[in-house]
Design a binder for this molecule. Structure first.
Ligand code: ADP
Ligand code: MG
Length: 268
């Protein structure tokens, strides 16, 4: 079992698109997969058309329900969602005074860890407490970066946060890789940014996600790309990225975060 956070404090870089489509491709390959929607905007929840049970991640974080009580199935086998809601904005404040505030999500996840092979956490556009919770609860992190002007600038703040989390909260956290998104091969800018990323970032995924109308349409049909447009370039790219992710995960040491149901590293 692996927990992977999809994080970047910039909005609109492809975090949700990457989370949802990696999850769908992993589930299609036979992996029991959970999308944990850690963004109050709940875009991942709606992109998968997840009908909610009335309980949300927020309720589980505050200890009002078990995480398993809010998890809902999707139309696709082995793909489930822990849905988000606007309440999640409040969770940051409500958790802020707790001594274990960065480890609440890890504690919540430990109850369902045995039920999945892969848990993907869709982070919101900030490096606030919710994202710190996601990084403290994860074995690895994927950083989507849009092929646009100043892409590298935004990335350095994220990489610095990952280093801090490794030092203070979760020493086992691995940067699984940076993935270039919304690549438009016809523009000089996309080509330049992709080349810059490749020369500065050692953990770039080989797969580059193209800018594709199909990818942007799929959420409004509440379907992942491998179902909405299975032969599209976007679907092909996310299948390839899933292969790369699974192979990078298999090279990691076994997760110690949830082993035996104990909360490794949590003393509070
Ligand atoms: P984030 O979660 O980082 O805010 P999203 O995944 O929601 O970013 O993407 C932002 C917007 O860009 C959404 O409308 C999404 O449909 C669109 N989008 C994401 N990836 C692509 C892509 N490769 N090609 C075209 N549109 C994309
Ligand atoms: Mg998002």
């Amino acid at each position: 079992m692996s927990v992977v956070a999809v994080a970047n404090q910039k909005g609109g870089v492809g975090k949700t698109t990457t989370t949802v489509n990696l999850a769908a491709a992993a589930a299609a390959q036979g992996h029991r997969t959970l999308v944990l929607d850690a963004d109050a905007q709940a875009n991942a929840t709606s992109a998968l058309g997840a009908a909610t049970s009335g309980a949300f991640l927020y309720d589980a974080l505050l200890g009002q329900v078990e995480l398993s009580d809010c998890i809902v199935p999707t139309d696709w086998p082995r793909l489930e969602v822990a849905p988000s809601s606007m309440d999640l904005v409040g969770a940051e404040l409500e958790l802020a005074t707790r001594p274990d505030r960065e480890y609440v999500l890890r504690g919540t996840l430990s109850g369902v860890a045995d039920s999945y092979d892969l848990i993907l956490v869709d982070c919101g556009p900030s490096l606030g407490l919710m994202t710190l919770n996601a990084l403290a609860a994860s074995d690895g992190v994927i950083a989507p970066v849009q092929c646009e002007y100043l892409a590298l600038e935004g990335l350095s703040a994220l990489l610095e946060t990952i280093r801090r989390v490794q030092m203070h909260l979760n020493p086992g956290l691995q940067l699984l890789g940076v993935v270039a998104t919304m690549y438009d091969g016809r523009t000089r800018l996309s080509q330049d940014v992709a080349a810059q990323l490749q020369s500065h970032i050692s953990s770039m995924f080989d797969t580059i996600i193209p800018r594709s109308i199909r990818l942007s349409e799929a959420p409004s049909h509440q379907r992942p790309i491998i179902d909405y447009a299975p032969t599209s370039r976007g679907a092909e790219a996310y299948r390839e990225l899933t292969e790369e992710l699974l192979s990078r995960l298999s090279a990691l040491p076994p997760s110690s975060l949830y082993r035996g149901g104990t909360l490794d590293g949590v003393s509070a």
